[in-house]
Design a protein around this ligand. Structure first.
Ligand code: ATP
Length: 363
C-alpha cells in the first residue's frame, strides 16, 4: 500500500526575485486525500499551480507514476483542477458544462452522455442537467465544477479552496460529500485550505506549510497531537504553551520537568534534553482539567471567562503568576466544577501523559 503516485523533487519557485517555494520535496500516495494547509501567502496555490502546469518551476522536477511531467503542458497532464470560483461557463447548461472536456476530446456522443450522467449522479445533480449555472445555488455550482473535473477520470484532482465561498453549514455538508466522493472514485485528491478544522477532518495526510517550507507532513492526529514545532502547534488548533525547565532524568524513558511551579515526570521527548534546559510544555485546552479549590492537585487560579459551547464548556483561567490557561471540557452538569462562575477560585491540572514537549526555538 502507500504507493507514491506524484513525486515533487527540490521544487523552487520565485516571483519577482522573492522565493515562494524553496527546494520542496513531497511524495503523494496513490488514492490519498492530501491537504496543503498554511496561512495566506505561504505558497499553497503556487504549489498546486506547479503541479497543474500553470506555473513552471525555476528548479526541480515533478513526476507522476515515474513519468516526468515538469515540461508537460497542463492539458496533457493527467490532473484536473477545481477552483474556488467554480469557473463554469454561464451560457451552457449543467450537462454541457460537464460534457465540455469530453467534447473537446471528440469522444463519441453516446459515451459522453453516459459519462456525464454518471458524473452528475455522483454529485447528486441528475435532475439539474438542463439548468444554467445561475439557476443553481453556490453549493450546486461547486458540485457541477467537481463533476466536470472528475468526468475526465484524472489520476489526480487538485482542489484550490473549493469550499471557501460556501456558508458554514453547506461547507460542512460538502466536506462530507467530497470525502465520500474521493473514497468512491479512488482518485488522489490534493486539497488546499487555510482552515485547519477542514484539513483535520477530511485528510488522510496534511502538509503544514510556512513560507514555502514544509513544517510537518503527517496524519491529522500526528499533526495535532505531536506537532513538530511551535508553528504547527499554533497553527493547528488552540494550545497552551507553558514554560518548563528540565530538572533531571528520572529514568530511562522519563524526565522530570518543573512546570507552573510543579515537578512532573514526563515521557522523554525525541529531542536531546539536558538538565536545566528550558522547553515548552504544550497542553491542548481539552487536556486541561478545572478542579475545585480544595483539590490538592494542580495549581491555583481564577476563572476569568466562561463560554458555553453546547457540547463543551470553555474557560479562561488566570493563574497566580499571571499565566493564562485555556480549558475546554465536555459539558457535564452533574460535575460540581461546572458550577464555578467568573472570578471564582479553582485549581488547574491536566490529564497525565497528554502533554507534548517542544524545544525552545531561536528567532
Ligand atoms: P492564499 O491562502 O492567500 O491563497 P497561498 O498560500 O495560496 O495564499 P500563494 O498564492 O501561493 O499563497 O502565494 C505565495 C506568494 O507568492 C505570495 O506572496 C504571492 O503574493 C506571491 N505570488 C503568487 N503568484 C504570483 C505571481 N503570479 N506573481 C507574483 N507573485 C506571486
Amino acid at each position: 500500500m502507500n504507493q507514491t503516485l506524484l513525486s515533487l523533487r527540490a521544487l523552487s519557485k520565485q516571483f519577482d526575485g522573492k522565493s515562494v517555494l524553496d527546494s520542496l520535496d513531497l511524495d503523494i500516495y496513490d488514492g490519498e486525500f492530501l491537504t496543503l494547509l498554511g496561512p495566506s501567502g505561504c505558497g499553497k496555490t503556487t504549489l498546486l499551480r506547479l503541479m497543474a502546469g500553470f506555473e513552471h518551476p525555476d528548479k526541480g522536477s515533478i513526476t507522476l507514476a515515474g513519468d516526468d511531467l515538469t515540461n508537460t503542458a497542463p492539458e496533457h497532464r493527467p490532473l484536473n483542477t477545481v477552483f474556488q470560483n467554480y469557473a463554469l461557463f454561464p451560457h451552457m447548461s449543467v450537462f454541457d458544462n460537464v460534457a465540455y472536456g469530453l467534447k473537446m476530446e471528440k469522444r463519441p456522443k453516446e459515451e459522453i452522455r453516459q459519462r456525464v450522467d454518471e458524473a452528475l449522479a455522483m454529485v447528486q445533480l441528475e435532475e439539474y442537467a438542463g439548468r444554467k449555472p445561475h439557476q443553481l445555488s453556490g453549493g450546486q455550482q461547486q458540485r457541477v465544477a467537481i463533476a466536470r473535473a472528475v468526468v475526465k477520470r484524472p489520476k489526480v484532482l487538485l482542489l484550490d479552496e473549493p469550499l471557501s465561498a460556501l456558508d458554514y453549514k453547506l461547507r460542512r455538508t460538502m466536506q462530507v460529500e467530497l470525502k465520500r466522493l474521493q473514497r468512491e472514485l479512488g482518485i488522489t485528491f490534493i486539497f488546499v485550505t487555510h482552515d485547519q478544522e477542514e484539513a483535520l477532518s477530511m485528510s488522510d495526510r496534511v502538509v503544514v506549510l510556512k513560507e514555502g517550507v514544509i513544517q510537518q507532513l503527517g496524519t491529522p492526529r500526528e499533526v495535532y497531537e505531536r506537532p513538530a514545532n511551535l508553528f504547527t502547534a499554533r497553527f493547528v488548533g488552540e494550545t497552551n504553551f507553558f514554560p518548563g525547565r528540565v530538572d533531571g532524568a528520572d529514568g530511562e524513558d522519563t524526565i522530570s520537568v518543573n512546570v507552573l511551579g510543579l515537578k512532573r515526570s514526563f515521557r522523554k521527548p525525541d529531542f536531546q534534553v539536558a538538565e536545566g534546559q528550558e522547553l515548552h510544555v504544550l497542553l491542548r485546552p481539552e487536556d486541561i482539567r478545572v478542579l475545585a479549590p480544595e483539590s490538592t492537585d494542580g495549581v491555583p487560579g481564577k476563572v476569568v471567562e466562561r463560554n458555553y459551547k453546547g457540547s463543551t464548556l470553555d474557560s479562561v483561567i488566570h493563574l497566580e503568576d499571571g499565566t493564562e490557561v485555556l480549558a475546554s471540557e465536555f459539558f457535564d452538569e452533574d460535575d460540581p466544577a461546572f458550577d464555578y462562575r467568573l472570578g471564582e477560585p479553582v485549581r488547574v491540572s491536566w490529564v497525565d501523559g497528554w502533554e507534548w514537549l517542544l524545544p525552545q526555538e531561536n528567532g
